[in-house]
Structures are given as structure tokens and as C-alpha cells.
Ligand binder design. Structure first.
Ligand SMILES: Cc1ncc(COP(=O)(O)O)c(C=O)c1O
Length: 405
């Protein structure tokens, strides 16, 4: 191709308008620095550092030997949809039949599908912020409008029912949030979700897209509560989940929804034209995961909780960081904004992007700026790493900020 060709203008507007995923961008940069021989501690990726449990891997090997090599049904194998429906009953008190379930290529795909299926151009999606980086971009792709509602640091980054209700207009079609939350680790309690549901109940065109991908990584004594279990709004709740985080299966790419039949059918129709049924071997592994024992998931959660305790304790010792206590997931999300406007003599830090890049370039600790998550004062630090790496990373952060004046 000619060197003078303006390739940007050849790309479709919808792609030019899209932000690159900030988590993937930082991870890429960290890999490059590591390849150059630097001792990088990578805390940017949202990925368990555990292996997929053996019984799940065995099920995948068996699926290969048993000849599951062909296309699967678009919405997923019947045994997987049944296992997911049973799981919704067992863990979430949600009554879905297999016909209400659609399996997709990761929870990310499930979320994008639902937004494509329910959003017309100009429709509004209320997003509880801080939010996972891809939500607003998925809405953009569907030509919808994100209405971001900020949860304050003081309220552990959670949105109140009053704030939510004030954001609703005639164009609102979806409210979406993740609990446990990425990036904050906050969890909406049963009482808080009942109050949110009471607002939804008053607005009959509003649907809830509940992202429960971190369900099992919950450190609260109360445990997980699903808004989809509230009967008054159950047919307007789309619950998204998957195997990536709870079973350490990020690369297997299995996510799913439980939703009213007409929504599930809409997603199946879309998927039938874009991806077809997801990977057959991974689906069989997911049956073993979802209907099997949860011992490994519980062990992993214990480790995440221990690391949460360690990282929160160490981060609180970093001068001028404001640190919330995550209740689940595997991230810490300190407010670092005290350092904005300060300089190490060479680089001036003006925002969270500057801070994350400077930290990676000078101290080889890879994190993600809060800006992409709707929280420009914060920095996301993944705690899915060994205790030693985490302690070393926070020490490097402490040493680095000591140079800022
Ligand atoms: C809040 C949230 N939702 C969804 C996903 C996507 O999960 P999956 O790997 O199943 O696509 C992630 C992954 O980081 C996430 O953090």
C-alpha cells in the first residue's frame, strides 16, 4: 500500500471513535519492557495467576477424545445451558430454564451482545461508575449514549438509588454495573440492590444488565446477592457471568447470560450471524466447571483476600494515597491525585495516565490509569500476583512517589 495513503480515514468511523482498551495497552507496554530485559512487575491485567483446576482440564481432554469437534448449537450445548440454569438456581436464586441461557465467547462478548440487541441509536445506558473500561465503548458501538453516574470515594465508590433515579430519562433502556466491581472491588449489598430494584420497578422500559463475573471472589460475610432474584423485576434483569475469574479460565472464553426468552433469542439471532456457537471443547470444560465442586474457587478466593489485606495495608503506608477497602474481585484502587502537578525533576504528573506511564517507565510497575474506568483520580492495581511481587511493587511505588516534589 502507498505510504501516503490515509489509512485512518479508510477505517470505519465506528472504529476511529473507539478507545483502545487501556488495560490491554498497559499490558502490551509492560511486555515490551520485559522483553528488553527490565524486571517488570505486571499488575495491569485482570487475570487470575492460578491454573485452571485439573478436573476441568480433564473434561476438555475427554471432549477432544469423545469427538466434540464440530459446530455446536449457536446458544451452546444443551448440557451446558442446563448446567448454567441449575447454577442460577443453586447460587443466585434465579429461575431460568435452559432456553433463557445463551453461551458466548466470554462475558465480554455476552455484554456486547446484549447491548447490541437492546440499544437503538440515541438510547441511553446508565453506567454506574467507576466501571469496567469496555462498557462505554460497547454502548458507543451500538450508537447508544452512556450516562455515567459517579459513585463517590466516601460511599465506597457506589452509586445511590437517588443518583440513579436522577439519571433516568425517557430514553433510558439499560442500567449496567458490575458487582463485585472491577476496578474498585466494591460490592452492592442486598439492601442496596433492593433499593436500586425499587427504582427500576418504577420505570418499566429500563432493563438491568448485571455483570456478576466476579461473583465467587467475594470477601463479605453476607456473600453474593443477585438483583435478578427480585421477582418484581426478574424479567427485566439480564444476568451476565462466565468462568474466567472464578475458575481461573480466562483463556477458555466462555461467558453467558440468563435473560427473558425474547432477549435470549435476540442474542442467539445476533450470534448466529456473527460468531456461531462458541468453542466446543471449552463448552465441555465449562460444564465440568459449573456443575463441579467449588473447592478450588474457594481456595483462590482465600488467596485473593489475603493479598487484598496485604496490599491495602502497604498502600495505606504510601504518603497521601487514599485507599478504599475492596470487598471482592482482585484489584486495589487508590486515589493518587495528591501527586497531580508534582514532578520528579524530569516528568510532571498531571493525571492518572501520566502517573501510570511514569511508574512503568521509571519503576517498571505496570498498573492502569483510573481515567479509562471513569475515575481520573485513581490507579488500578491488580492483586492477582504473588505476595512477594505485590510487596515489591508497592515498595517501588513508595520509592517513586518520594521523588515527586
Ligand atoms: C467487570 C468485567 N466484566 C466482564 C469481563 C470479561 O470477562 P470474560 O473474560 O469472560 O470476557 C471482565 C474481564 O476483565 C470484567 O472485569
Amino acid at each position: 500500500m502507498s505510504a501516503t495513503l490515509d489509512t485512518v480515514s479508510l477505517l470505519a468511523d465506528r472504529i476511529n471513535a473507539l478507545e483502545e482498551s487501556s488495560t490491554l495497552a498497559m499490558t502490551k507496554k509492560a511486555r515490551e519492557l520485559a522483553a528488553q530485559g527490565h524486571k517488570v512487575i505486571s499488575l495491569s491485567v485482570g487475570e487470575p495467576d492460578f491454573k485452571t483446576p485439573d478436573h476441568i482440564c480433564e473434561a476438555a481432554k475427554k471432549a477432544i477424545d469423545d469427538g466434540f469437534h464440530g459446530y455446536s448449537p449457536v446458544a451452546g450445548y444443551p448440557d451446558l445451558r442446563k448446567a448454567i440454569a441449575d447454577k442460577f438456581k443453586r447460587d443466585n436464586n434465579i429461575d431460568w430454564k435452559p432456553e433463557n441461557i445463551v453461551v458466548s465467547t466470554g462475558a465480554k462478548h455476552s455484554l456486547a451482545n446484549v447491548i447490541q440487541v437492546l440499544i437503538n441509536p440515541g438510547d441511553e445506558v446508565v453506567i454506574f461508575s467507576p466501571y469496567w473500561v469496555s462498557y462505554s465503548e460497547m454502548v458507543k458501538l451500538a450508537e447508544g449514549k452512556s450516562v455515567v453516574v459517579d459513585g463517590s470515594f466516601e460511599n465506597n465508590f457506589k452509586v445511590t438509588p437517588e443518583q440513579f433515579e436522577a439519571a433516568i430519562t425517557d430514553r433510558t433502556r439499560i442500567v449496567m454495573y458490575a458487582s463485585p466491581n472491577n476496578p474498585t472491588g466494591s460490592i452492592y449489598s442486598e439492601a442496596e440492590l433492593r433499593a436500586i430494584a425499587a427504582v427500576v420497578a418504577k420505570h418499566e422500559n429500563v432493563f438491568v444488565l448485571a455483570d456478576e463475573i466476579y461473583e465467587y471472589i467475594n470477601f463479605t460475610p453476607e456473600g453474593h446477592f443477585s438483583i435478578g432474584s427480585i421477582p418484581e423485576i426478574a424479567d427485566r434483569v439480564i444476568t451476565v457471568n462466565g468462568v474466567a475469574k472464578g475458575y481461573a479460565m480466562t483463556g477458555w472464553r466462555i461467558g453467558y447470560i440468563g435473560a427473558a426468552k425474547w432477549i435470549a433469542e435476540g442474542v442467539e439471532k445476533l450470534q448466529g450471524q456473527v460468531t456461531s456457537g462458541t468453542n466446543s471443547i471449552a463448552q465441555k470444560a465449562a460444564v465440568a466447571a459449573i456443575s463441579g465442586p467449588l473447592d478450588a474457587s474457594k481456595e483462590m478466593t482465600k488467596a485473593y483476600q489475603r493479598r487484598r489485606d496485604l496490599v491495602v495495608k502497604l498502600l495505606k503506608e504510601v504518603p497521601h494515597f487514599r485507599v478504599n477497602v475492596p470487598e471482592g474481585a482482585f484489584y486495589a484502587f487508590p486515589d493518587i491525585s495528591y501527586y497531580y502537578g508534582k514532578s520528579d525533576g524530569t516528568t510532571t504528573i498531571n493525571n492518572s495516565d501520566d502517573f501510570a506511564s511514569w511508574l512503568l517507565n521509571t519503576s517498571y510497575v505496570s498498573t492502569v490509569a483510573g481515567s479509562g474506568f471513569g475515575a481520573p483520580n485513581c490507579l488500578r492495581i491488580s492483586t492477582a500476583a504473588s505476595d512477594e511481587s505485590l510487596a515489591e511493587a508497592v515498595q517501588r511505588i513508595k520509592d517513586a512517589v518520594a521523588t515527586l516534589k
